[in-house]
Design a protein around this ligand. Structure first.
Ligand code: MF3
Ligand code: CO
Length: 260
């Protein structure tokens, strides 16, 4: 899981640094596929089955009002002022690493920057509670509280998840809920926490492609995700690239800016 997480995070970093106005989402996806090849890992998105539908691209790329599970396409050209969620989910030696981040393309408005910041903060505040003997609801509640107190809307149609040999394992990790409820977290469990946040309304609809979820309010949407390991003192974030220093330092540096 550590190895898969590190690869997923490094690929996400590299892919995000390539994103520029004028690129199509297909170009970005193919670059993601090339990186996976270079790292000797497989996409866990491409070929993913839901009913009789098969996910066609290497990564999920969701632009502006697209919430999650966007497909890389030739005619979707990024412009300055857009945001794009880059979701990299890979399999390495049989184990999954799954992470996502929404990034600005060129310069975005202050309100969009705030949406991205609040969503990432909610992820860190939730992760901080992914501790042995806590309950899933403790994580969910922390995420929801932060998003809603900022005036944004938590999406409830999609949730985080346990992760391991399969991409989606038990338990579900909702981004909403009551503290003290739900399954108990235990040391050594691997989970993905992934808040998905709309600006005004939590409602989403499905695009004609059968995959892309779209915000009905048509405002930009944000999605941040890490794969992590539940532990007793602090969780261990698995989706960090090599060279970030000790996990604990990485984690507490992120938290201290946000937690005030
Ligand atoms: N991070 C996404 C998730 O946990 C990855 C989805 S892969 C897809 O759902 F194939 F379903 F798009
Ligand atoms: Co996930």
């Amino acid at each position: 899981m550590r190895q898969a997480g590190r690869s997923a995070a490094t690929i996400l970093d590299k892919l995000c640094s390539l994103v520029k106005p004028g690129m199509s989402t297909l170009e970005i996806d193919l670059a993601g596929g090339d990186l996976m090849k270079e790292f000797g890992v497989k996409s866990a998105c491409k070929g993913y089955r839901s009913g009789n539908r098969i996910f066609p691209s290497f990564t999920c790329l969701s632009v502006n009002q697209e919430v999650v599970h966007g497909i890389g396409v030739k005619n979707r050209i990024l412009q300055s002022g857009d945001v794009i969620s880059v979701d990299v989910c890979i399999r390495e030696n049989g184990m999954i690493g799954d992470n996502c981040r929404t990034i600005p393309v060129g310069k975005v408005s202050p309100e969009i920057s705030r949406l991205l910041k609040v969503t990432e903060e909610s992820l860190y505040l939730g992760m901080r509670l992914a501790l042995d003997k806590n309950r899933v609801g403790d994580v969910s509640h922390a995420v929801q509280k932060h998003i809603e107190s900022a005036g944004f809307a938590v999406i409830t149609n999609f949730v985080g998840h346990g992760v391991g040999r399969s991409l989606h394992e038990d338990p579900q990790i909702p981004n909403f809920g009551k503290a003290g409820t739900g399954p108990k977290l235990r040391r050594g469990m691997a989970i993905c926490i992934e808040p998905m946040v709309n600006m005004k309304s939590p409602q989403i609809r499905m695009a004609k492609d059968g995959w892309t979820a779209i915000a009905v309010d048509e405002f930009p949407s944000a999605h941040f995700e890490h794969t992590l390991l539940v532990d007793e003192d602090l969780p261990e974030i698995l989706t960090i690239p090599e060279g970030c220093g000790k996990t604990e330092e990485y984690f507490s540096s992120k938290i201290s800016e946000f937690a005030a």
